[in-house]
Design a protein around this ligand. Sequence first.
Ligand SMILES: CC(C)(COP(=O)(O)OP(=O)(O)OC[C@H]1O[C@@H](n2cnc3c(N)ncnc32)[C@H](O)[C@@H]1OP(=O)(O)O)[C@@H](O)C(=O)NCCC(=O)NCCS
Length: 165
Amino acid sequence: MSSKNLIKGMGFILRRANPSDVAPHLNYLQDKETKRNFMSVPKTLSEARKELFNKKNDTFVIQVDGEFAGTIGMHDIIPNHKAILSYWLARKFRGQGIMTRATKLFTRYAFKKYKLRRIYGFVRTFNKASCIVLERAGYQLEGRLRKNKLRNGKYMDDFVYAKVR
Ligand SMILES: CC(C)(COP(=O)(O)OP(=O)(O)OC[C@H]1O[C@@H](n2cnc3c(N)ncnc32)[C@H](O)[C@@H]1OP(=O)(O)O)[C@@H](O)C(=O)NCCC(=O)NCCS
């Protein structure tokens, strides 16, 4: 979907996925704390492959010191209008400012690439780290969507954050 295949950041690179990313993508996403922030995560290599190489989305792998560390991507892209941001980082790479820097870079890339006017994301209300990332990357809290998700029989609220231009 994109001609740009490499974005260099401080302490990481964003690059396109390759087949060797499928196993770490699957394995890291089985982490309980990571899983509770998403509606679902891939459970098999085939699902992980489909997610990583889904042509409807624009996904980059976050690579740190040569290692697969997580992903950042846009989905539901409507060129000239809006898209939804999603990201995650494996536990051992967290707390170093990587996702804040990646979100800033990737947001700039996506606004330009798709001529977007709005990028938005949904965050569980308990996900403080993600709220901090979005706020530092210039996203604004627009509101609380009450009982927006139903997961394992439980209704959960989401915050919606957006950046417009
Ligand atoms: C959210 C996530 C991507 C953040 O990545 P990260 O690279 O660790 O983020 P950063 O280091 O750029 O910033 C996170 C900030 O939140 C802080 N933080 C982390 N956990 C926190 C908590 N429970 N309460 C308050 N602050 C917290 C960190 O200390 C850091 O702030 P600091 O720079 O002042 O120390 C990562 O935690 C993650 O992948 N979580 C699971 C998946 C997920 O939630 N994805 C997003 C769905 S919306």
